[in-house]
Design a protein around this ligand. Structure first.
Ligand code: FES
Ligand SMILES: [Fe+2]
Length: 425
């Protein structure tokens, strides 16, 4: 499940889906060229004319690094002998060869199609035709209502994904001993107020720390319901999802959701890519970006805290302010939880509990999809356009409702938010 290099069973499966390879933010500068390592392959992403290309990083001539190439004449020109490649990897010129040479006609680098969706550039690295994009909220919301960001974690992609289907940890790992003024919570997770509620989410998580978790398989992956019974009258619910194979969709607050992919760089590193989708006001992208660049600075989006500095661990803070002692950015908490398991978590040593039922179901789905892919069958979520247009939402709710009617509550909360949205959600 963890190994994703070319030819590995899970690597072959993941190559059947569109994978995030960059942010459009990264391509907005004066030189839109960026080396990309994904699933153990070294590639270079660039914009030639108004199209994006993702091609092998080593030049087809004598293997120099195209990430240092020149962006000109509608393609990427190698700095060694000037060979020019277009977004399809086709060699257009070999200018040092004699006039009239037809050498370039036979030369082509491996190239993958790229599509932009809501601030993320997705590439298809698989064989055959690429699947269609489902009509999920994160893909269909207008650009003013989405914001995309990414960050690097120094561990295998699967343990990074699994933190997103482990709802119990929010009461522990992300515990803050004091609540903040929720009006200062813009753009931050676990700091706002749930839908239909007055109390801060940080208080709900802290005081109700043994949630009831329900998991079910859906046509897009999985849905989790995490219930914290506040009283006989009121219950808090978080409805979260897996978009198979590699993304989760969770509520950030009453207004926004987060759709987050965990994309292998190789077997021991990964990037998370998030699309924040607002059902309320347009997203304040500058605020969101600046908040996140403080801990995940460009150009590599590698965190300023990590194994090398103990993830910023502070003994006094752990005693008095936060459960981890690792600051107030919950991304760093999750990063520690994943990275400190080791480069590839040894799952033979685990002792899974009741709270891990989402992880158990997900691993079953993943193993099943790998088997299907190996047998030459179509795994789940490799979609044709008709099926893709049927997949909408999914609901991702954080709210407080009437204890006897929670099943109805979250569906209505989702419908209400869609009805009130400024776009066709
Ligand atoms: S190595 Fe790239 S043009 Fe010669
Ligand atoms: Fe978390």
């Amino acid at each position: 499940m963890t190994r994703i290099g070319p030819g590995s069973p899970c690597g072959k499966l993941l190559r059947r889906y569109w994978q995030p390879v960059g942010l459009t933010d990264e391509m907005n500068g004066p030189r839109p060229v960026k080396p990309v390592r994904i699933m153990g392959e070294n590639l270079v992403l660039f914009r030639g004319g108004n199209r994006y290309g993702l091609i092998e990083r080593q030049c087809a001539h004598r293997g120099a690094d195209l990430a240092y190439g020149r962006l000109e004449d509608g393609g990427l020109r190698c700095s060694f002998h000037g060979w020019l490649f277009d977004v399809n990897g086709k060699c257009l010129q070999t200018p040092a060869e004699p006039t009239g040479s037809r050498l370039c006609e036979h030369i082509k680098l491996r190239a993958y199609p790229v599509q932009e969706k809501s601030g993320i550039l997705f590439a298809y690295l698989g064989e055959g035709e690429a699947p269609a994009f489902p009509h999920f909220d994160a893909f269909v919301a207008p650009s003013e209502y989405t914001f995309a960001f990414k960050g690097y974690w120094d561990c295998n992609w699967l343990q990074a994904l699994e933190v997103g289907i482990d709802p119990a940890h929010a009461s522990w790992l992300h515990k803050f001993f004091e609540d903040e003024d929720p009006s200062a919570s813009y753009g931050r997770q676990f700091r706002g107020v749930p839908s239909d509620a007055q109390i801060p989410i940080s208080k709900v998580l802290r005081e109700f720390d043994r949630p009831e978790i329900r998991v079910e398989k859906t046509d897009y992956g999985m849905r989790l319901q995490t219930l914290r019974k506040l009283s006989d009258a009121q219950t808090h619910i978080r409805v979260t999802n897996i978009l198979f194979p590699q993304a989760f969709v969770i509520p950030m607050n009453a207004e926004m959701t987060i759709s987050q992919w965990h994309v292998p760089v190789d077997d021991t590193g990964c990037y998370w890519y998030s699309i924040f989708t607002s059902f309320g006001a347009p997203v304040d992208k500058d605020t969101m970006r600046n908040q996140r660049l403080k801990t995940y600075p460009a150009p590599d989006y590698k965190p300023i805290f990590g194994r090398n500095n103990g993830w910023g661990f502070d003994v006094e803070q752990q005693r008095t302010q936060t459960f981890t002692g690792m600051g107030f950015d919950i991304n760093i908490h999750d990063q520690w939880a994943c990275e400190s398991q080791g480069p590839i978590a040894d799952r033979t040593k685990e002792n899974l509990g009741t709270t891990d039922k989402g992880i158990v179901l997900y691993r079953r789905l993943l193993v099943d999809a790998i088997k299907k892919s190996e047998a030459g069958e179509r795994p789940m979520m490799v979609l044709d356009p008709a099926k893709a247009s049927e997949l909408k939402g999914p609901p991702a709710i954080d709210g407080i409702g009437p204890t006897p009617n929670m099943d109805q509550y979250w569906k209505e909360a989702d419908e209400k938010r869609r009805r009130q949205a400024a776009w066709a959600a």
